[in-house]
Design a protein around this ligand. Structure first.
Ligand code: PLP
Length: 401
């Protein structure tokens, strides 16, 4: 299957990143958005070479990253990016906050579509704006943007919309017609669209990623797109991302970002990201096979061991959105699952009120870990006998970066 050889748990536990330092060793952490995969060989090589040269200074002001993301976008999605319209930032969060600072004023409204990546609300608060919700619609065929709700929110006076495409945590890859309609609404009501496309390299077989800026002139006039190799190639700690525009209007805002944004970007992050976009496609294909396998395996395991859980196979990435309401484990089932099954998941409530009784599960791990985790969760009721959480125990939720 070309599946990646994932290290054993004792080896993975030697990692020092957030996923591996938050919980004790008996806990399987299927939380924060890191994968358990080995680094792509071209990425590992440039990092080893840089360390060998003691090459750990500032990122250089070159076009390498802009050209690499542009080449990757063209090969993957037929999307032409002008490298002169690519700005380097430390991460997608920083890029979105810095653009928001320029397109919204204090007290302005920023629209989001829950359930959605929790930091969208923090980033809005960070710039002194207020969040307005236009929740996703769940239809029999799957999740969709609720274009009527978006129109109502835009018409009531909004300055920006934070689009998540692919949409964390439900894995929705927005269809072209919805993006075209969204761009039309943005143009009609004068709303800036900040398209967080960080999970785009991990769109899985059966779905097609459509870059927001590729859909129409209105999308280009109102849109900003944010790309990074940090989810696709598991480089989140290295700190390099891009803000992309395709029209002089949005570009003018990006041109006003601090000239220091490059120096705040990780030099190793830039080197690794260039290697990932230029040479990392074979590795990415193997990773997609692993994730495709795991999303099906998760469905099979749930059907067999926890049939009351509702699960829709995501179209992208490594995050699954599980509806556990029928199990009667309360608004936030994660503490019970952690205490009894020793499996850490993210509480659905973090992604909006509609996440009550839901959890987010990261299946970017080995099939064996996924099987063990679901098996343990399925035993929660059997194991649950007034478990007492020891004092000082790392039982809380790791915050999403
Ligand atoms: C949708 C989305 N945007 C942004 C991020 C964070 O990206 P960065 O670390 O580049 O800020 C994540 C991380 O999981 C994410 O899922």
């Amino acid at each position: 299957m070309g599946i990646l050889p994932i290290d054993s748990l004792p080896v993975l536990r030697q990692r020092r990143s957030a996923k591996w330092r938050t919980y004790p060793d008996d806990v399987l952490a299927l939380t924060v958005a890191e994968m358990d995969v080995p680094l792509a060989e071209p990425v590992a090589r440039v990092l080893h070479e840089a360390v060998g040269r003691s090459d750990t200074g500032y990122a250089a002001p070159t076009r390498d990253l802009a050209e690499a993301v542009s080449g990757y976008a063209w090969r993957s999605w037929g999307w032409r990016i002008d490298p002169d319209h690519v700005r380097t930032v430390a991460d997608v969060g920083m890029g979105i906050v810095e653009v928001l600072r320029r397109v919204v004023g204090p007290g302005d409204r920023v629209v989001i579509s829950p359930p959605v990546y929790e930091p969208f609300t923090w980033w809005t608060a960070e710039v002194g704006a207020q969040v307005v919700e236009a929740p996703l619609a769940e239809e029999p065929s799957g999740w969709r943007l609720d274009l009527d709700a978006l129109e109502r929110a835009f018409a009531a006076g909004a300055s920006a919309y934070l689009l998540c495409n692919p949409h964390n945590p439900v894995g929705l890859v927005h269809p072209r017609e919805d993006l075209v309609a969204l761009a039309g609404l943005a143009g009609r009501y004068g709303v800036h669209v900040l398209a967080d496309e960080i999970h785009a390299p991990l769109v899985l077989p059966g779905a097609e990623f459509v870059p927001f800026l590729s859909v129409s002139d209105e999308a280009r006039r109102w849109g900003f797109s944010f790309h990074s190799a940090s989810k696709g190639w598991n480089l989140a700690g290295l700190k390099a991302a891009t803000v992309i525009t395709a029209d002089p209007g949005p570009k003018r805002y990006v041109d006003r970002l601090s000239p220091h944004s490059l120096y705040r970007t990780g030099h190793l992050g830039v080197l690794a990201t260039v290697a990932a976009f230029n040479e990392g496609e074979p590795w990415l294909a193997d990773t997609q096979k692993l994730l495709d396998h795991n999303r099906r395996l998760l469905g099979e395991l749930l059907a067999e061991l926890l049939p009351a859980a509702r699960y829709r196979q995501p179209e992208s990435s490594f995050l699954a959105w599980l509806d556990l309401r029928a199990l009667g484990w309360g608004d936030d089932p994660t503490q019970r699952i952690l205490d009894t099954a020793r499996v850490a998941l993210n509480a659905g409530l973090r992604y909006g009120a509609s996440g009550s009784g839901h959890v987010r599960l990261n299946f970017g791990c080995s099939p064996a870990t996924l099987t063990e985790a679901v098996t343990r969760v399925a035993e929660v009721d059997a194991r649950f006998v007034d478990t007492v959480v020891p004092e000082g125990h790392a039982g809380g939720q790791a915050r999403e970066p």
